[in-house]
Design a protein around this ligand. Sequence first.
Ligand code: SF4
Ligand code: SF4
Length: 182
Amino acid sequence: MELREGVLKVGSPFLGVVNQRSGQVIQLCYHCHKCTAGCPVAFAMDYGPDRLLRMMQFGLKEQVLCSSDIWICASCETCGTRCPNEIDIARVMDALRQITVEERLPTKERNAPLFHNLFLSIVKRLGRMHEASLMGLYKPLSRDLFSDLPMGLKMILKGKIPLLPHRIKGSDEVEKIFERSG
Ligand code: SF4
Ligand code: SF4
């Protein structure tokens, strides 16, 4: 407890904002690398979670928020489970994505915010995901019509992607949750 109170006194204003929004204490990270070693998508990131946390400790706001890492993170929670200091990095990544969208910052993964928004709008409306609707909206809006096409067709032919959407029972409740969370 004393350690937590002590470390909270150090750090940049940016770190304070991310700590507050994520409910984590990023200063506690001592860079053991366990999070990045277990992250299934670290290979595709610019930095990886442990380096990203170090950059936050140094207050490198722009580099952190414009990195690919925050959009590539799949929120799988592996890193938080492995962290000896119980830092929930998936929640940190959520907070970073929110700040990036609010501040309208550019991102290298330029279609990632579009994908997230469409994904959520479908879950809000149907109470569940409908992949064919998602692709029908995402492909033209992202202007990326043909990548994944062979795989998508294969999945449709095998019946893995239903063409018609359906609402789940209780989808109204899901919609209310979205409205309550603003
Ligand atoms: S596992 Fe925890 S303490 Fe270790 S580098 Fe990652 S965030 Fe830091
Ligand atoms: S939550 Fe994100 S950063 Fe953590 S292990 Fe999963 S993909 Fe990697």
